[in-house]
Design a binder for this molecule. Structure first.
Ligand code: ADP
Ligand code: MG
Length: 689
């Protein structure tokens, strides 16, 4: 491209991942400067977005000390006065802003001490001639980097590149969506949309361009996911689990210590039907914490055993794997099936025995961690893989399990983090979904309250009361990598305080944290599980899966530092028995706005889906637990939060298209097939065999 030499192109590649014309075309502006009009100072109100004001700088001075040090310029037009404020780079700004000059200030107006101000405005010397020549009503603003800026590729420089590119290839940009879809949904052509997204004629054109490009992005994600699903069910034969045999029936009739909820029954039915079809099952099981997913998983594994297959269950942590093993073994007993456990800390000798038992088929169910994925772990006949807390495993890991048998085993993915529908559609769009939307009968909703540090005595008093009733208490501390040292200090101080308040011999305390050896952790955990200790002080290692029905109080220290889904998971550790359970959120006095909303949400509701919706709004989809590693959420233009309707539409359209033309072989869908040919690498995910 003209104007882009080797140095610039290397920088564009490195800094922005822009390698090709297409990449550059898809490097969209992140906002637009509305140069359609200037505002008078008297017209300003704080509800306005970014606006531009022409005025004269009357004075510039540095005010305040230390953190509140700032540069303030008085800015005046013929209707009034406002302030321009900078908190950073004072020295530099001071040199740039000249008293007596007329500038165009561009920024977001705010109000402070009954005066309007703009902080860190963009300033340009007012030049009536240049303003007219520029003549762009909505000017694109591109994200740039320090390095790019040093080589004249700031927003303006990038703007020039896009413009030059568009001028040279306009009219040659290929359409990606079939014509019938464009006319049906009134979508703008790609060529036009790409030019308007960079240089919109007006707001209306920009909106139309955005809609088109967002739709395209969401549409192809859905096409990829749903096509993968179609291909899988067509291509991959699956084991047929036709029989419901002795193991399942014995368990159901004689061993299961409770009546299944309606939702559990329904879900087991869905799974059974799926595993009889002759195609591989890929199913997501969603259910809030405590909804009883483990029993469903076990019964599914018993079905596998009844049909002569082995099953495995993979969990993301050692503790969780052990918990699963313990609860499954307790439910199923020794007679029914042979169950083993394999984790990173399984001793060599035991490991070898397990490998052998797996290969000769004397082990029916293997529970474990990532250790299951290793190549040395060979099954005689793996028919079903259950993956718990899927969000911690990547797609690749899921795929490695497929290779453990000549025909890929059925896969049941369980997640206890309810995720908003739109996110589910994108993350798990290629899976069938079953939902346990009912908690076992007799559960009382957990009561949650938020206490400040100065109410700590109340918390201690409450703990004593509950322990006197024979209950057990969790106290959880944050342990976050970035502040690990400090967190450990807090934990230590906390343990000391608790030991003082709850002294031996009357009270006994278990302590579990990430720095301990697995065996130590396990030992402490077991003491609590067996009821030998009444208090469990822990870092978030107990986040998932721990099941102690007698524990009725969950205290979360520094709760403002936890994310919503984490809080919800932690709270889910109690409320598993018949008694009233409680969750106490301890926090400091100073709360950020988000922190306050998080705690309020927890106090207000026990509904995991409601909580996850709030979480999505607070943090955006890229930050929801477990989504980071999945590339599907690196969206260029669509927003899973605000573009929900468009996502629904895209998915709906894809479903209709694939229903009618699953192979995408008809003339009218040629462009869609072309997409797959072009994006071989994306296609690969759907071809794992
Ligand atoms: P999760 O879905 O969070 O994994 P679990 O499977 O650990 O939930 O179940 C939580 C608790 O509820 C366990 O103690 C389990 O034995 C119990 N449970 C599961 N299903 C039922 C049911 N239908 N009736 C009563 N208790 C149940
Ligand atoms: Mg569980």
């Amino acid at each position: 491209m003209k104007g882009v030499g080797t140095q610039k192109s290397a920088l564009l590649q490195k800094e922005l991942g822009v390698f090709t014309f297409d990449d550059l075309l898809q490097y969209f502006p992140f906002r637009y400067i509305d140069r359609t009009r200037y505002y008078k100072i008297s017209e300003i109100n704080v509800n306005q977005p970014m606006i531009q004001v022409i005025g004269r700088v009357m004075s510039v001075e540095v005010l305040g000390e230390k953190q509140s040090r700032r540069l303030v310029a008085q800015f005046k037009d013929d209707t009034g006065m406002m302030e321009l404020v900078w908190f950073k780079g004072l020295r530099w700004v001071e040199k740039q802003v000249k008293v007596g000059f007329v500038y165009v200030a561009f920024g977001k107006p705010t109000e402070f001490n009954a005066r309007y101000s703009m902080s860190h405005p963009e300033l340009e010397i007012y030049n009536p001639a240049a303003q007219k020549a520029g003549n762009l009503s909505l000017q694109p603003v591109y994200n740039s980097t320090e390095k790019l800026k040093q080589h004249f590729l700031d927003s303006k420089g990038l703007q020039k590149l896009s413009l030059a590119l568009l001028e040279s290839i306009y009219g040659q940009i290929e359409e990606t969506l079939p014509a019938y879809l464009l006319s049906k949904l009134k979508l703008a052509p790609r060529n036009w949309a790409l030019s308007q997204i960079h240089f919109p004629r007006d707001q209306q054109s920009l909106d139309a361009a955005m809609r088109r490009l967002k739709f395209e992005e969401l549409f192809f994600i859905q096409l990829r996911l749903l096509r993968a699903k179609v291909l899988r069910s067509g291509k991959f034969r699956g084991f047929v689990f036709g029989a419901v045999g002795d193991k399942f029936n014995t368990f159901y009739k004689e061993l299961l210590p409770f009546e299944l909820t309606g939702a559990q029954k329904r879900v087991i039915r869905e799974i059974r039907q799926d595993m009889q079809r002759g195609a591989q099952m890929n199913r997501l099981l969603q259910g809030d914490v405590g909804s009883g997913k483990t029993a469903v998983a076990l019964m599914t594994m018993l079905l596998a055993a009844d049909n002569g297959f082995q099953a495995c269950m993979m969990a993301p942590t050692e503790i969780l794997a052990r918990q699963h093993y313990a609860s499954i073994a307790a439910l199923a007993g020794d007679e029914l099936v042979k169950i083993g456990i394999l984790t990173g800390s399984t001793p060599r000798k035991e490991r070898r025995l397990i490998h052998e038992a797996l290969q000769e088929g004397s082990l029916d169910i293997l529970v474990g961690t990532h250790a299951l994925l290793e190549d040395v772990v060979q099954f005689k006949n793996l028919g079903l893989a259950v993956i718990d807390e899927q969000h911690r495993f990547g797609v690749e890991q899921r795929a490695r399990l497929w290779k453990k048998n000549h025909t890929p085993p059925h896969v049941l993915v369980m997640t206890a983090t309810p995720i908003p529908r739109t996110l589910a559609m994108t993350l798990y769009g290629d899976l069938d979904v079953s939902v346990i939307d009912e908690l076992p009968a007799g559960r009382k909703p957990i009561k949650t309250l938020h206490l400040y540090e100065n109410q700590r005595l109340r918390m201690f008093g409450f703990m004593r009361q509950e322990i006197a009733k024979g209950r057990q208490v969790y106290i959880v501390y944050p342990l976050i990598k970035e502040s690990e040292k400090l967190d450990l200090l807090h934990l230590e101080a906390g343990i000391e305080a608790i030991s003082r308040e709850f002294p031996l011999p009357q009270y006994r305390i278990s302590i579990v944290h990430g720095k301990m050896k697995p065996a130590e952790k396990d030992f402490e955990m077991q003491r609590f599980v067996k009821g030998e200790t009444q208090i469990m002080v822990a870092t978030t290692v107990i986040e998932v899966g721990v099941n102690v029905p007698n524990a009725s109080v969950m205290i979360i220290e520094n709760s403002e530092r936890f994310g919503l889904s984490q809080l919800h998971q932690l709270r889910g550790r109690v409320g598993r028995g018949a008694e009233q359970s409680y969750c106490i959120l301890m926090s400091g006095d100073k709360l950020s706005n988000d922190g306050r909303i998080r705690l309020q949400t927890m106090v207000k509701t026990n509904d995991g889906f409601e909580i996850s919706e709030t979480d999505l709004q607070l943090r955006g989809p890229g930050n929801i637990d477990g989504t980071q590693q999945s590339g599907v959420l690196d969206l260029k233009i669509a927003d899973l939060n605000s573009d929900q309707p468009l996502l629904q539409l895209a998915r709906q359209e894809v479903m209709e298209i694939l229903e009618e033309d699953p192979e995408l072989s008809t003339e009218k869908n040629m462009l869609l097939m072309k997409y797959f040919n072009r994006n071989q690498n994306l296609y690969q995910h759907s071809r794992i065999s």
